[in-house]
Design a protein around this ligand. Sequence first.
Ligand SMILES: NC(=O)c1ccc[n+]([C@@H]2O[C@H](COP(=O)([O-])OP(=O)(O)OC[C@H]3O[C@@H](n4cnc5c(N)ncnc54)[C@H](OP(=O)(O)O)[C@@H]3O)[C@@H](O)[C@H]2O)c1
Length: 357
Amino acid sequence: MRAIQIVREEGPDSALQLTDLPEPPSPPSHMLTPGRGLLIEVHCAGVSFPELLQTRGQYQLKPPLPFVPGSEVAGVVRVAPEDAPVKPGERVMAFCALGGWAELAVAPETMTFVLPDQLDYAQGAGLILNYHTAYFALVLRGRMQPGETVLVHGAAGGVGTAALQVAGGLGAHTIAVVSDEAKERIAREAGAEHVLRADGPWKDEAREIAAGMGGAEAGGASQGGSGAPGVDVVLDPVGGERFTDSLRSLREQGRMVVVGFTGGSIPEVKVNRLLLNNVEVVGAGWGAYAMARPEVSRQIDGALRPLIESGHIRPIVGAHHPLERAADALRELDERRALGKVVLDVRPAGVQAGSSG
Ligand SMILES: NC(=O)c1ccc[n+]([C@@H]2O[C@H](COP(=O)([O-])OP(=O)(O)OC[C@H]3O[C@@H](n4cnc5c(N)ncnc54)[C@H](OP(=O)(O)O)[C@@H]3O)[C@@H](O)[C@H]2O)c1
């Protein structure tokens, strides 16, 4: 089977190699569920920040070289245990953690879900990592409620667009922060009610918007009582210098949810800021937490499905690249050019399950 391997840790340009590998053994076995697994004929694979970090040896999951990266896929089940919740021939989306940038991938049953009819393979390949993270961060960690106001940084990126759709679908008001005009369009496409520029006075603008929304609905920004107006929740996949202003943009008892550090630096917080305005900084690390708790993934899948059916969730796929051009895909993320989700087309469109590889 055709697969992309990371062969050295020198960044996206020279780390990747297209290889012909033997198919995974049958019955398949996934590292999370030794002795069990689903074999999936991959149509599309997601491209995300962890893979970029893996090309530099900077990600926490660090298998020995060479290895096939690729944390999420959408395709068709080829082999499944008899009692698995999905059957051979079914369209699925799966989080496999590694091994997705190949014509065949092995995924754990616990992280594999039927692909809803409303979504194509590319959208399916962009769903689990970003939307499960967004739900986990906003709802399970950030305790977001309908009617609250949520500010999303990096809002035209994979996690950002997902967060806008999940927040909007659950009845929250959304403010996006982005760095340019093309990203502003994407954030609006993802349903942002307000879009602010990262290099402008976004903190003051966000507080003004929140003040306008305060009290309009049950639970909104007015819940801060006598405190200054501000947003209820900030979701931050970017980090860096804007962190302190994010804290300042919160209302009393607001929550800042830390998701990632695409801006490059890990911010430090003076904790007196938390005390002064009664705000919280909450970490959201979805992957390891969810992989160890299948019931959490089922809960999140169950919560997202109605939002897919109602049309609130439609992963925004910015660019498709063929498998062999995976380095181009990673460069988009590295150079801050990615719009929405970037995917790899592993099988040409229209190729039926089982007819290639
Ligand atoms: N905690 C978790 O469980 C979890 C799960 C999934 C992903 N993540 C993390 O979340 C972060 C976002 O992932 P993603 O897939 O959404 O990435 P993405 O699609 O590339 O979007 C990231 C956004 O970050 C902003 N950014 C600011 N400075 C940047 C820089 N120097 N280089 C690149 N982007 C920069 C960009 O928005 P602007 O240009 O508009 O500022 C960009 O759109 C990553 O750090 C990822 O590892 C965490």
